[in-house]
Design a protein around this ligand. Structure first.
Ligand code: BTN
Length: 323
């Protein structure tokens, strides 16, 4: 680990506490001159450091996202094999999709503090204040003829991983609304946008996740009430820990999908989804379907019983619940 990242890790692990400069230099294995350079570099990277008159320093929380903090001892097999954090991008999904052709891009995770053109499903915008929330895309790639990366199952798995990560870090209870909404007390706290591209002989699937952590957007989807974790907890939340949990849960659900354990995924999703037996209106392509939800299936999508008794399988990729 390079010196600046080592110093960052030490300050991060100290929490709110002050680190005496001499102690920090010695723990980081550097002299005072090198420490000053590293602290200057951390400030340049956007970390907020507070110095005390007595010669101590502390990292103000929540911290700016840093790949070195996220990757540190990350217990994942595939997701998060490399992590990149940007100050600003058009969309993290675009950056991840661009990487498909690169060797070793599988498992790449892209994060940004701000997106100029963040997008949600069906061409909607995803709005998020700079530096407050989680804007993340995880890229999975495989040869086009393998067919293991199923859109439907990955959408469900990603929503589930987001809900579990939030719960593990905050003890709040999340619900899932098919196909891609994560809800807290009925309001949307996170959304998932799964996008697929073919580049030459490789297929890339990007799992895009937006989580409102420290600020809820205004002016998003008009039909959906938005919320943020901070509104439920009453204090700012550290994003690094939620990202790490999310990558861990995503990695596990991905392994389950690869191992064909779709029943487990199905049950876990249904445990958090209150839509079964509810009457819904779903737009799918050019059609509007009204009926009762029979099931949410990791292969078939939403299974609906129309009022006339006929049934329809509605794929997540083309559907949106409008009522
Ligand atoms: C939705 O609820 O409609 C899906 C929202 C997905 C937003 C995330 S933010 C990170 C990634 N980059 C994007 O442009 N969109 C996804």
């Amino acid at each position: 680990m390079e010196t600046t990242d080592r110093i960052l890790a030490l300050l991060y692990d100290r929490g709110e506490g002050l680190f005496a400069l001499d102690e920090l230099a010695s723990a980081g294995g550097v002299g005072r001159g090198e420490l000053d350079v590293a602290l200057g570099e951390l400030r340049r990277r956007g970390q907020r450091l507070e110095s005390s008159p007595a010669g101590g320093v502390r990292l103000l929380r929540p911290v700016r996202l840093a790949a070195s903090l996220i990757e540190r001892d990350l217990p994942t097999r595939r997701v998060g094999r490399s992590v990149i954090c940007f100050a600003e991008v058009s969309s993290t999904n675009d950056v991840a999709l661009e990487a498909i052709r690169q060797a070793d891009a599988d498992g790449l995770v892209v994060l940004a503090e701000w997106q100029r053109g963040g997008r949600g499903r069906h061409g909607r915008r995803w709005i998020s204040q700079p530096g407050r929330n989680i804007l993340l895309s995880a890229l999975l790639t495989e040869p086009v003829d393998r067919g293991g990366l199923r859109h439907e199952a990955l959408t469900i798995a990603t929503g589930l991983a987001v809900a579990e990560a939030i719960e593990a870090e905050t003890a709040l209870s999340c619900e899932l609304k098919w196909p891609n909404d994560v809800l807290l007390e009925g309001a949307k706290v996170a959304g998932v946008l799964v996008e697929t591209r073919r580049r030459d002989d490789r297929l890339g699937v990007v799992l895009g996740v937006g989580i409102n952590v420290n600020a809820a957007p205004s002016g998003g989807e008009p039909a959906v009430r938005a919320t943020a974790l901070i509104e439920h907890l009453g204090h700012p939340v550290e994003r690094v820990e939620i990202v790490r949990r999310l990558l861990g849960r995503l990695d596990e659900w991905l392994a389950a999908v690869e191992a064909g354990q779709l029943d487990r995924l199905h049950r876990a999703f249904l445990d958090r989804c209150r839509m079964i037996n509810q009457r819904v209106v779903v737009r799918c392509g050019d059609h509007t379907h009204t009926g009762r939800v029979l099931d949410v299936d990791p292969f078939r999508g939403l299974i609906l019983c129309h009022d006339d008794g006929s049934r329809a399988d509605l794929p997540a990729e083309r559907s949106t619940v409008v009522g």
